[in-house]
Ligand binder design. Sequence first.
Ligand code: ZN
Length: 120
Amino acid sequence: MKITCDLAMDLVDIYSSGAASADTKNAVDEHLKTCRSCREFYKDYRSDMKKKKIEKQTPNLRFEANGVDEEVISRTLSSLSKRLRKRQVLTTTIAAATAVFGLAAFLYDLISDYRKGKRR
Ligand SMILES: [Zn+2]
């Protein structure tokens, strides 16, 4: 499929992010092979994106270097407390089930002893 320069430039974002469909990618590839000005445009766009990415990452890196990445800490804490809560529920359930079972067995013994005693 042949596309115009305008279309090729419109697609630069979706193409460079890797989100383009195979058809779009092929059309852009085909256009870039034959169009020098769009090739330059795509090259500039990609180097701009790289710069922006680095700028975006830098404050984060500084944050982590100081050892206070709050997002990571809060995520770890919340998953830890979720795990602890699950374990607590399990332990409580087992304890309750054991108690109920023990009580039932005790009552059953008591009742059958009582019945045996009555029959005698
Ligand atoms: Zn072009």
